[in-house]
Design a protein around this ligand. Sequence first.
Ligand code: ADP
Ligand code: ASP
Ligand code: MG
Length: 429
Amino acid sequence: MGLVVQKYGGSSVADAEGIKRVAKRIVEAKKNGHQVVVVVSAMGDTTDELIDLAEQVSPMPTGREFDMLLTAGERISMALLAMAIKNLGHEAQSFTGSQAGVITDSVHNKARIIDVTPGRIRTALDEGNIAIVAGFQGVSQDKKDITTLGRGGSDTTAVALAAALDAEVCEIYTDVDGVFTADPRVVKKARKIDWISFEDMLELAASGSKVLLHRCVEYARRYNIPIHVRSSFSGLQGTWVSSEPLVRKQQQGEQKVEQAIISGVAHDTSEAKVTVVGVPDKPGEAAAIFRAIADAQLNIDMVVQNVSAASTGLTDISFTLPKTDGHKAIGSLEKAKAAIGFDSLRYDDQIGKISLVGAGMKTNPGVTASFFEALSDAGVNIELISTSEIRISVVTRADDVPEAVRAVHSAFGLDSESDEAVVYGGTGR
Ligand code: ADP
Ligand code: ASP
Ligand code: MG
C-alpha cells in the first residue's frame, strides 16, 4: 500500500466533534496499510472571522502581518487533529507549512508554491507517524516570511505535497459528495460526476466552482496526480479528476467511463465590473489601460470594448476582476487618467457570471444557441459574453444568477431524476 494525501476542508473540521470524526477516518486509512499525510484547513469559518477582525483594526488589511494572522487558523486545527489522533492510540505530528517545506514566492496573500522540500514529513512517516500539515501557508524563499496561498489554498497545498511525495492519490474531503454538475447549494437536482478531465475541471474551477481551486487542478495536471473529491461525512465514492477516463473503486478496481458532452454549469458572484468611459478610439488606449492594471499586479477576467460612437470618436471598455481587487484597480486607473485620457470610471459589484463547461462543445453544434435560449426563457439579461473552446460565460445581474444557473442546468438535461444532492455542512460562505 502506498502513500495517500488527504485534505480536509474547514466544514469537515468545524468543531471538536468534526475533528474527532475526521481523526477516525484518518486512522482507518492508516490501519488499511497506507502512509497518511493530512492537509487541514482552518475550522469552519475561522479564516473569514480573522479577516473580519483584521478589518476592524485596519480598513484594508494586506501584506505580511495579514498572512501572519490568517495562518493562525490552520495552526489551531492541525494541532487539535494531531491530539485527536493520538487519543485514538496512533502517532501523529503536526507541521506548519514552513516546517513541511512549502516554499513560495514572496507575494503576500496570494503566494505561489515554487518548491516543496518535505524532508521532515518523510522522516515523520518513516517513524510511523501520521503527518498533519497546515494548509494554505508557506514560507517565502528569499525573506523567509510566512505567506498564504489565497483563499481556498489548502487544496493546492495538498496536491503540491502529493506531487512532492509521489502519492498514489490526493483525496480532497469536503461537505458534498464530489464534483456536481452545478453547485448543490443552488441546484438541488445537480448530479454527481463520477469522472471529469483535468481540462473540464480547470474551466469549472476558473469559472467559480470553488469545490476545487484552479491552481490546485493546474498543479495536479502538471504532475499527473489523480484527485478524488469526496465527502468526509459519508462513505460514498466521489468524483475522480484525472487524465484517464477511469474511476478507481476499492473492490472492483479501475473502470472505464465515458466523457460527458457537457460537464456542468458554474457560477461566480465574487467579481465586479469596471467600465472605463470615454476612451479615445485610437491605437494604444487598451494597452495603456491594461498596463496600469498589470502594474498593480491585478488579474482581470473578461474584457469587452463597445463600438465607438462615430460622432465623438470615443468608446467604453469594460472588464471584470475579483471584487477584492476593485479598490486597487480604480486607484491605479485614476492615477493614470490624464495619461490615458478617458472621461470617467464606473464600478459595479452587483454582477454575477454563469458558465457552461464541456469538451463536447467543440464538436456539437447548437450548444451556444441553446445556452442563450435558456437564459432568454428565464428572462435573464446578458451584459458581457466570453467563450473558450470548451466554455461559454456570460455576466448578468447578481440577483439573476440562481435562476439562470437552474435554467441552463435543466436546458442541457443535467437535472438528476433520483436523489437530491446532499450538502452535509458548511455555511457556503
Ligand atoms: P472546503 O471547506 O471543504 O474547502 P469549499 O466550501 O471550499 O469546501 O467547497 C465546497 C463547496 O463548493 C460546496 O459546499 C459547494 O457549495 C461548492 N460548489 C460549487 N460548485 C460546486 C460543484 N460543481 N460541485 C460541488 N460543489 C460545488
Ligand atoms: N482557510 C483558508 C480559507 O478559508 C484556506 C482553505 O480553507 O483552503 O480560504
Ligand atoms: Mg475549499
